[in-house]
Design a binder for this molecule. Structure first.
Ligand code: NDP
Length: 344
């Protein structure tokens, strides 16, 4: 059931822009992605409404991947980009490869992984589905232990040289794997990964806050962080019951529901919701704004299946200014999950 928002102070969205790591690319601190939504929960009309709302509020980065709805998500996004006629120099669009369009289990051996063959094919196919001449960001969606890192780095470098992609990055790689890619790049005078796409939200913090803490400085790593609402758990809507039309009710996502629907999280979200209400903002807005307080987040990728959700979430840009140190300390006291930095 939709929660009452009567207590909310009207906070207009006010987008701010951040460098994508050490690159000069200015990405909107809130971006918009299509996982589970485009091609699964929603169709073309709703995708158009959501992307238009995002773009009109200053979002300039749209995230996608080959495996999202088996390529259909890129088809829907590509149609919006084409039909809206937005100037190509005003937005960035990404794709991610590794899983293969059919997923790891159903893709043939050459149709997945971070090999020269698959990354090149996946790039060409994403360009076609998205109806663009180049991808702004192209990610290795996961590390590939079967492919030498030299092959992956050379391939990404060459795709940049060919003008097919502008920046390359990783997703859910470890700091060590990212550094190995940088070592290879440095030794061969190639372009290394600019950005990593890790999960980051109030419930999942370790990688962004601790593991990568050195490489923000050394290699200037940028981050495009995912699931700022932990798939919706941080909205509070799962606290009492699982809403029928919600993501974690989808039968194919039982694994995600099992991971995210935990009493411990509900208890924290209840307390956080009270704090958010004291601040005159909703729980989702506070949770997203909290991720933006971390300066190492270049952009937090929003997800939404309904326009009222996106409209609400976009308020996080301005709401983050209300999260002063006192509020952040109160949040920390409720979360009790601050990851420890190693003692050196
Ligand atoms: P969130 O954690 O923010 O979850 C988004 C979902 O939460 C929505 O689809 C909606 O689901 C619900 N929701 C959002 N806002 C509200 C609201 N205000 N009130 C109530 N419910 C709300 O983000 P995602 O998990 O979608 O991740 C964002 C993007 O990150 C993805 O689209 C993708 O681009 C990227 N990503 C990357 C991954 C990677 O491995 N690199 C993995 C996962 C995501 P509902 O339909 O239930 O209403």
């Amino acid at each position: 059931m939709r929660q009452s928002t009567a207590f909310l102070t009207k906070i207009e969205s006010k987008m701010e822009y951040r460098n994508l790591g050490r690159s000069g690319l200015q990405v909107s601190e809130l971006s918009f992605g299509s996982w589970i939504t485009f091609g699964t929960q929603i169709g073309q009309k709703q995708a158009t409404e959501l992307m238009t709302m995002a773009y009109d509020h200053g979002v300039n980065f749209f995230d996608n991947a080959e495996v999202y709805a088996s390529g259909e998500s890129e088809v829907l996004m590509g149609k919006v980009l084409k039909d809206r006629g937005w100037s190509r120099d005003s937005f960035a669009v990404s794709s991610k490869a590794y899983f293969g369009i059919k997923g790891l289990k159903d893709s043939k051996p050459m149709q997945k992984g971070n090999t020269r063959k698959h990354l090149t094919e996946a790039c060409h196919q994403a360009l076609e589905r998205l109806q663009v001449d180049y991808l702004d960001l192209f990610f290795c969606h996961r590390p590939d232990k079967k492919t030498p890192i030299e092959e992956t780095v050379w391939t990404m470098h060459n795709l940049i040289q060919q003008g097919k992609i502008l920046y390359w990055g990783t997703s859910e790689w470890s700091a060590q794997e990212i550094m190995e890619a940088h070592m290879v790049a440095r030794q061969n005078h190639l372009i290394g990964p600019t950005m990593e796409q890790p999960q980051y939200n109030m419930l999942v913090r370790e990688k962004v806050e601790v593991e990568f803490s050195q490489i923000y400085k050394t290699v200037g790593l940028g981050t495009t962080t995912w699931s700022p609402l932990a798939s919706g758990v941080l909205t509070g809507k799962y606290n009492d019951t699982t809403p029928e039309d919600a993501r974690l009710n989808l039968s194919e996502l039982k694994w995600l529901a099992d991971k995210n629907l935990q009493q411990e999280y509900f208890d924290k979200v209840s307390k956080l919701t009270e704090l958010a209400q004291e601040l005159g903002m909703s729980m989702p807005v506070m949770a997203i704004a909290w991720t933006l307080k971390n300066p190492n987040v270049s952009t937090a990728i929003l997800g939404a299946s309904k326009t009222h959700q996106l409209e609400e979430n976009l308020m996080a840009s301005r709401a983050k200014h209300k999260l002063n140190q006192e509020v952040m300390d109160k949040i920390e006291a409720i979360l009790e999950n601050k990851p420890e930095h190693p003692p050196f």
